[in-house]
Design a protein around this ligand. Structure first.
Ligand code: C5P
Length: 294
């Protein structure tokens, strides 16, 4: 029997997401604070002597070369000259195209897992370069925890982990393609962004004061296209959330509650209304790195 590895591929939320300006390369310059949370896909990797293959229990996951985990595996193989292949089984639990970074996380987890499975010396620099070439959120998932993301989001700086055990993720069940959200942004801050950088760091340091710090510049566009998300935000606040914010480019909204009981009660209410709900807690960097391959 060939060797196999099972891995957790965690989701993220964005505590804050500031869009500064559109860059010459078409991407937007960001200041964001990423956070890994306790919902994860389960990925199983089997070493083979054949090609790279993706299988999934979820029809929304592409099983061809467009899958980010496939691309991660192919690029790793190409850049290291490894001749082995792999079957990658994706047990999808994170909603797809939901602002939770599921595809990006799968890609980063694939890089970490295959470097082990194929027993190759892949430097952190190489893994970072492949990750950054796959997508703006992918490098963050090589580290996890709470981190400041700058540039297009790919330049990641770990900061003090935020601990919060009373978060609720709510997803309305439709996908939101990220590129469309960025293309509809109108109100962009000026290129003279010096003012913004200290703000992001201040937010990072004072993140416990979420009602002050939480902010998402993509939210206006997402709410305009999907007014029902505003209703979800209002319902979360009505059920006791201190804060309710769209994560990334949506459509998932996260609510920040004062205690677990209120979180679970809100999940029951919103779940009864037909919404996908998942109470989660933050996953700090040490826990992230020590449980990926547990
Ligand atoms: O990097 P990623 O492939 O995840 O980005 C998806 C799309 O989102 C990009 O093609 C781009 O249109 C938009 N984007 C952006 N600025 C960023 C990140 C993403 O405009 N910082």
């Amino acid at each position: 029997m060939s060797e196999s590895i099972t891995a957790r591929s965690y989701a993220k939320i964005n505590w804050t997401l500031e869009v500064l300006y559109r860059r010459d390369d078409g991407y937007h310059e960001l200041r964001t604070i990423f956070q890994t949370v306790s919902i994860y896909d389960v990925l199983k990797f089997q070493a083979t002597s054949g090609p790279i293959e993706i299988v999934s229990n979820n029809d929304l996951v592409p099983c061809d070369e467009s899958n980010l985990a496939y691309k991660a595996a192919a690029k790793l193989r190409e850049s290291t000259g490894v001749e082995q292949g792999a079957v990658i089984e994706i047990d999808k639990r994170i909603p797809v195209a939901a602002g939770l970074g599921g595809g990006s996380s799968n890609a980063a987890t694939t890089l970490l897992a295959l470097a082990r499975l194929w027993q190759m010396p892949a430097s952190p620099q190489l893994l970072f370069e492949i990750a950054a070439s796959l997508g703006s959120d992918v490098p963050f998932f090589l580290y996890g925890g709470t981190a400041l993301g700058i540039g297009r989001g790919e330049e990641v700086y770990s900061i003090r982990d935020v601990e919060d055990a009373s978060l609720l993720l709510v997803n309305p069940g439709f996908a939101v393609p990220t590129a469309g959200v960025y293309s509809k942004l109108k109100r962009l801050t000026s290129k003279e962004s010096n003012r913004i950088i200290p703000f992001a760091l201040l937010a990072a340091n004072g993140i416990c004061e979420l009602t002050l710090a939480a902010r998402n510049d993509l939210e206006e566009v997402v709410l305009a296209a999907h007014p029902e998300l505003q209703q979800i935000k209002l319902r979360l606040i009505g059920l006791g959330a201190r804060q309710a914010l769209v994560s990334g480019s949506g459509a998932t909204v996260f609510g920040v509650f004062d205690n677990l009981l209120a979180t679970v009660e809100a999940a029951r209410e919103l779940g009864a209304a037909g919404l996908w709900c998942e109470p989660v807690r933050t996953i700090g960097r040490d826990e992230y790195q020590s449980t990926i391959f547990e």
